[in-house]
Write a protein that binds this ligand. Structure first.
Ligand code: ATP
Ligand code: MG
Length: 270
């Protein structure tokens, strides 16, 4: 509600009113530096608004306690860093922190959720490895496991597929899709791959100029004009041959093996 976010004098998001649909998959898109991570961190209570508020189930999130929030939402920030020497298992166990206190120690449920998260991200075999010894993709999956172990109704992920090979990208997105389909979890994420964003999002939000430029179903939102305005890039938009969702094909240079390249000389990018 009337959300203004920024760092010192620098305003990043200005006076934004936005509703995120419950039980759906919402994806933020936008150029580098437009404020997607800032917005996501504020929604997860990691960044205090300069003005306005973030309201969760009728309650201002910045007036709620840390554990109360952590039982309702989990966030995977962009580029997280684990303390040196921490193992994957220790990291994933951190996801259970909101459920522990002085009288309630580690439970069977905690153990079950940790094992389930490791399995879902195919990280069981890496459980005893140190996080800082893993490849970028394995590390990203360890962090996703920690986020899943928190077992919350709302899951926020900032570029969860970064560093992942194509197989693991699809597996992670499919897993989030399943969590949404079968358990009605609300998924809110930032993705840079527009085509995957269109395939998985019920609700797409394009961010530009300190506010939401457009939002709605991907098929209503994505067009050549939007891609030009938001990303300053020319593209063709067609239907994904498998899913029917919008598929953006960018112009640009490359090795063309078509006899009559329909893109050649057809566009100049400003
Ligand atoms: N901690 C910080 N202190 C000062 N400025 C920051 C801080 N974090 C981000 N910014 C600035 O705020 C703006 C928005 O950053 P943000 O990380 O939200 O962008 P983004 O849309 O997530 O970009 P990307 O696609 O590159 O991840 C940028 O200009 C960035 O330099
Ligand atoms: Mg970001």
């Amino acid at each position: 509600k009337s959300l203004t976010l920024g760092y010192d004098e620098n305003t990043i998001i200005e006076n934004l009113d936005l509703k995120i649909p419950k039980g759906e998959i919402t994806v933020f898109i936008g150029g580098n530096g437009c404020g997607k991570s800032t917005l996501l961190r504020s929604i997860a209570r990691l960044l205090k608004p300069q003005q306005g508020s973030v309201v969760l189930e009728g309650k201002s999130i910045h007036k709620m306690g840390t554990k109360e929030v952590a039982k309702q939402l989990a966030i995977l920030p962009q580029g997280p860093e684990a303390p040196e020497g921490l193992t994957v298992l220790q990291l994933v166990k951190q996801g259970r922190y909101p459920y522990q206190n002085w009288y309630k120690q580690w439970s069977e449920q905690d153990e079950k959720m940790v094992q389930r998260a490791l399995e879902a991200t195919q990280m069981t075999e890496f459980a005893e490895r140190q996080v800082d010894s893993l490849s970028g993709g394995q590390r990203q999956r360890a962090w996703i496991a920690m986020t899943l172990a928190q077992d919350t109704d709302i899951i926020l992920l900032d570029e969860p597929t970064t560093y992942l090979d194509l197989t693991h990208q699809i597996e992670i997105l499919d897993l989030l899709f399943e969590l949404n389909e079968t358990e009605k979890r609300t998924i809110i994420m930032v993705l840079h791959d527009l085509n995957l964003a269109c395939r998985y999002a019920h609700h797409l939000i394009a961010v530009k100029n300190k506010t939401v430029y457009a939002q709605g179903k991907p098929e209503e939102v994505i067009s050549c004009d939007l891609v030009r305005d938001v990303f300053n890039m020319e593209c063709q938009v067609t239907a994904d041959p498998l899913f029917g969702t919008p598929l953006c094909i960018p112009y640009g240079k490359g090795r063309c093996i078509m006899k009559n390249n329909p893109f050649e000389d057809s566009v100049s990018v400003s």
